[in-house]
Design a protein around this ligand. Structure first.
Ligand SMILES: *Cc1c(COP(=O)(O)O)cnc(C)c1O
Length: 473
C-alpha cells in the first residue's frame, strides 16, 4: 500500500496548480471569509459525517436534525413564517431546478408548462427548463439598469405559466429585481414566484441591518412562494450546500420523489440525489454555528466596505465603468473604449495573480468582467486597483484581439447541428482549445472567437471542449 503521506503530498501538488481559494485574489467561484479556523472546523465536521447517508433520515437522525437547523436558520434570515419549510440541496443549481420541478408538478394539469424568466435569471433555470421540458419564456430586462421589467413580465404570464422568477441579486450584473411588483403580478394570476437569492440571501439581510436600503426580497413579500439561498456562497461554507425554502409544505411536495416500484427499499428522496453525503451538511452546520449572527454581520460589513472601495477605485480608473448600479456584492466592469479589450485585461490580471471572470455580451449587456467581492477582499482593494490599472495599461498597449475576417465569417455562418464531433475537434484545435495540450496561457484569443459564435454555437463548442477535457488520464 502506498503511504497516506505520499498520496497527500501528490494531492497537494495537484492542488497547487489551482486558483487560490483564499486571499481574495480569485474574484469568482470561491468565497473567502478570511477568518482563521473556519476551514479546519469545516473539514473536521465534514469528516465526522461524510460516510453518513441522508438517503434515510431515520437511520441517520443527526443529518435530519442538522438539515432542519439549516432550514430554520435560513428561513429566519429571509422572512420565513412558521409555515415555511425547506430542503438542503447540493448547490444553487439544484435548488433552482427543484423550484421549477415543484412548480411543474404542483400544476400537473398544465400540459405545456412555461416559466417566465427575466433575461438575467441564472442559467440554472434554463437547465431546469431543459431537464423537465418546461418552456422558458425569457423577458428582456431594462436595457440600462438590467433590472427585470415587472410590466413585461406580467404581460408574459399566461395560463400555462407555472412559475415566475426574480433574482436578489442577479449573478451577471449584481442587481436586485423589483420583486414586490413581480410577485404581485404573478400572485394575481395564481402563479408561484421563486426568488433566486442564491448569492444574495446570506448577505443582503445583513446589509439592511448595516443601514443599507435593501428592499424586501424574501417571504415578507406578498406572493413569494419559494426562495433559494446558497450556503456555499456568503455563508462561507464549503462547497455542496444550498437551501431551497417553500412558503408551505404543499408548495414543496412536487420536488419530493418516492418509488416503491421495485424489489428494493422504497426510494424516498427530497432532492435530486438519493445517497447524500452528510459531509457538506455537517460542515455547513458547524460553520454556521461557529461564525454566528454577529460574525456574519461583521463579515457583511467588511464585504460592503470592500465593495465600496473597489467601486470607487474602478470609477477613478480611466477606461472602465460599472455595467450596472450594484445592489449587493457583485460588480460587472465594462468599457466604452474600442481600443481596450476586456478579455485581454482579464489575461493581464491573471498574469498578475488575480482572477476576474469574463462575461460575453448578451442582448443589451456588453462584454464585461465580473467580480464577486467577499470579506477577504477588505484591506487589499488598493492592490487590486493597482493590478487593474496596470492591466488596463498593458491591454491598451497590446490592443484588442482581432479575429481573422475569414474565421469570423465562417463562425457567423456555422450551424452547430451540421457538424460532427470530429469537425468540432478540428475547430477547437484551431481555436487553441484542443484536448490534451490543456488550455493556452492566455484566453483572450479563445474568448474573442467564442464571442463571435452565436450562443447556440458557443454552447455546442464548449460542450465539445468539455468532452475533450474529460478523458480518462
Ligand atoms: C451561484 C448562483 C446560482 C447557481 O448556484 P451553483 O451553486 O453554482 O449551482 C444560481 N443563481 C444565482 C443568482 C447564483 O449566484
Amino acid at each position: 500500500m502506498r503511504s497516506a503521506e505520499d498520496i497527500l503530498t501528490e494531492l497537494r501538488a495537484l492542488r497547487a496548480g489551482d486558483l487560490p481559494t483564499h486571499g481574495g485574489r480569485t474574484l469568482a467561484y470561491v468565497y473567502d471569509s478570511g477568518l482563521d479556523g473556519v476551514d479546519d472546523l469545516a473539514a473536521a465536521a465534514h469528516a465526522l459525517a461524510s460516510s453518513a447517508n441522508g438517503l434515510d433520515p431515520t437511520a441517520f437522525p443527526s443529518l435530519l436534525r442538522m438539515e432542519n437547523d439549516l432550514v430554520a436558520a435560513t428561513s429566519e434570515l429571509v422572512g420565513g413564517t412558521p409555515r415555511t419549510v425547506g430542503s438542503v440541496t447540493s448547490g444553487g443549481t439544484e435548488s433552482c431546478v427543484l423550484a421549477v420541478l415543484a412548480a411543474r408538478e404542483g400544476n400537473s394539469g398544465v400540459a405545456e408548462p412555461n416559466v417566465v424568466l427575466p433575461a438575467t435569471a441564472h442559467a440554472a433555470f434554463h437547465k431546469a427548463a431543459h431537464l423537465f421540458r418546461v418552456r422558458p419564456v425569457v423577458v428582456p430586462v431594462d436595457p440600462k439598469t438590467f433590472r427585470a421589467d415587472p410590466e413585461a413580465m406580467a404581460a408574459a404570464i399566461d395560463d400555462d405559466t407555472v412559475l415566475v422568477v426574480a433574482s436578489a441579486p442577479s449573478y451577471a450584473h449584481g442587481v436586485v429585481d423589483p420583486i414586490a411588483e413581480i410577485a404581485a403580478a404573478a400572485a394575481s394570476r395564481g402563479v408561484r414566484t421563486h426568488v433566486d437569492a442564491c448569492i444574495g440571501g446570506w448577505v443582503l439581510p445583513y446589509f439592511r441591518r448595516l443601514g443599507r436600503a435593501v428592499p424586501e426580497f424574501g417571504f415578507a413579500v406578498e406572493g413569494v412562494t419559494s426562495v433559494s439561498v446558497d450556503l456555499h456562497k456568503y455563508a462561507y461554507c464549503p462547497k455542496g450546500t444550498s437551501v431551497l425554502l417553500h412558503a408551505d409544505a404543499e408548495l414543496r411536495r412536487g420536488h419530493y420523489f418516492a418509488s416503491a416500484d421495485w424489489p428494493g427499499y422504497t426510494m424516498l428522496n427530497s432532492t435530486l440525489q438519493s445517497t447524500r453525503s452528510g459531509g457538506p451538511l455537517a460542515a455547513a452546520w458547524a460553520v454556521l454555528h461557529h461564525i454566528g449572527d454577529d460574525g456574519y454581520l461583521a463579515l457583511a460589513e467588511a464585504t460592503l466596505e470592500a465593495v465600496e472601495a473597489v467601486r470607487a477605485e474602478v470609477e477613478a480608473l480611466d477606461g472602465l465603468r460599472l455595467v450596472a448600479e450594484p445592489g449587493a456584492t457583485l460588480l460587472a466592469l465594462t468599457t466604452d473604449d474600442d481600443r481596450l479589450d476586456l478579455f485581454v485585461v482579464a489575461d493581464e490580471m491573471a498574469a498578475r495573480g488575480w482572477y476576474v471572470q469574463p462575461q460575453f455580451a448578451h442582448q443589451s449587456s456588453p462584454a464585461n468582467l465580473h467580480l464577486t467581492i467577499t470579506a477577504s477582499n477588505r484591506g487589499s482593494e488598493g492592490d487590486f486597483a493597482a493590478a487593474l490599472r496596470d492591466s488596463v495599461r498593458a491591454a491598451r498597449a497590446a490592443g484588442p484581439v482581432v479575429v481573422d475576417e475569414g474565421i469570423a465569417a465562417f463562425l457567423a455562418d456555422l450551424d452547430p447541428d451540421a457538424l460532427t464531433s470530429e469537425e468540432f475537434g478540428q475547430l477547437l484545435a484551431a481555436a487553441g482549445m484542443g484536448g490534451g495540450a490543456g488550455l493556452p496561457e492566455r484566453m483572450a484569443e479563445v474568448n474573442a472567437m467564442l464571442a463571435l459564435a452565436r450562443p447556440a454555437l458557443r454552447e455546442r463548442l464548449l460542450q465539445e471542449f468539455l468532452g475533450l477535457l474529460y478523458q480518462p488520464s
